[in-house]
Ligand binder design. Sequence first.
Ligand code: PMP
Ligand code: GLN
Length: 378
Amino acid sequence: IISKLPGVGTTVFSVMSKLAADHNAINLSQGFPDYPCDPHLVELVNKAMKDGFNQYAPMPGNPFLKETIARKIENLYQVKYNPNTEITVTAGGTQAIFTALATIINPGDEVIIFEPAYDSYAPTIKLLGGLVKTYELAPPTYAIDWDMVKKLFTANTRMIILNSPQNPTGSILSEDDMRSLIKLIKGTDILILSDEVYEHLVYDGQKHMSVMLFPELRERSFIVASFGKLLHVTGWKLGYCLAPEQLTTEFRKVHQFNVFSVNSAMQQAIAEYINNSENYTGLTRFFEQKRDYFRHLLSQSRFELLPCNGSYFQCASYSKISKEKDTDFSMRLIKEFGVATIPVSAFYQKATDYKIIRFCFAKENSTLQMAAEKLINV
Ligand code: PMP
Ligand code: GLN
């Protein structure tokens, strides 16, 4: 057959997690917690199953869950989303991204992405016949020069994908960034896909700049969220997409034939769980402590830590340690030192050689400590 995605192999997350298992290495590569979620949440799933939530959920999502999401958003951001017309529950952030792109992108449409980028964006755009326009961010700050972004605009620019906090860099967008973006897209019909799956993981008292806080952006944005990150259950693959009614109507036309609806019992359980905001308000502090602990541990190593303002990823330069490419270096880290990481070049489409790797610190402190004991010998 003729491949629709020539040049695309197996995602780096699967590859690195398998290598970690094969070599019995500590897995700081793929982003997922190695500790259990709240047992109460699991009990709520059991309860939902006993209560009969075992058949198809309504296509756009469990009504109670959508209402709970709307309340959570209003409490956090003082913005109203209508649960009936503007919130759709999805099979994780990934499906929300895929469906939003499939809703909008026609062959020849251009989508601007900021690399290093989460690895699903570019292949999804290409699969739909769209063209990826890349703005390459550079370490250590990964800052955006918006005048340069404007240079990527053409008559075919259809969408811009934002991701703050950003995977893999841990950088966040500031209010100034958002104001620059507003100016840039004023008078255009460019839409925004804002991947905010790490919305709660913004550190040092900084505020998460959701696009929903800016009416000029909110009116043209799909916002993607993930319960995997919020509740330490990446394997449940549940999330949601927020968008104004007109966009949501079109999104749901695709969603209904993409998955129709998603896991019913888990939706009900999550609704009951997050109905109590105490079940997630400690999340920022929880991960901030892990970030601080991991950075402290690695301060004794030869790695140079990049800033980490958000997400549960810490990037580090190894240029003082080795001249190897990051793919070779991370292979050697697994084989010789027993620690799996992600080479950041995997998040760029073109070849790069910044000598940076990504660690995930959503792990038990004991795991981080064991990893650090190995990493200080590198
Ligand atoms: N966007 C980003 C930036 C991510 O890091 C991830 C995955 N971890 C996702 C989307 C996908 O989220 P989910 O696991 O809910 O599909
Ligand atoms: N988002 C996670 C990461 O960046 C993994 C997602 C996946 O495995 N597809 O590590």
